[in-house]
Design a protein around this ligand. Sequence first.
Ligand SMILES: [Cu+2]
Length: 132
Amino acid sequence: MLLLALLLPASALAELEISDARIIDLPPSVPVRAGYMTIRNPSPLAVSIDAIRSDAFASVEIHHSVMQDGMVRMDPVDKLRIAPGASLQLAPGGLHLMMMLADEPIRPGDEVEIILQLGDGSEQPLKMKVIK
Ligand SMILES: [Cu+2]
């Protein structure tokens, strides 16, 4: 057991369960995409997502949509904190990833890798599916 623990990479320490990770396709003229997913923290410790990067995008920010005076405003979110055993939903109308396209276009059916940079210094890669 101890040997197994020594062999595991540091990134296995804080592993989040990601489901339904998706990027909504938009016309090529629109330079940003919105990304959604459900994140569950199965560990006994709180986990924070401090930053997100991807080779497929110029930048990836975390935003929160809020309704104000009948208008939707998007506030940048510094980091996402997920309590032990808790789940967090990134979904239309709330938290989402705001992804600035790089030079390469992305298309429906593509699977795009993004990397979550966690508060403990580890990184967790995941694939997001581009859907219509
Ligand atoms: Cu946004």
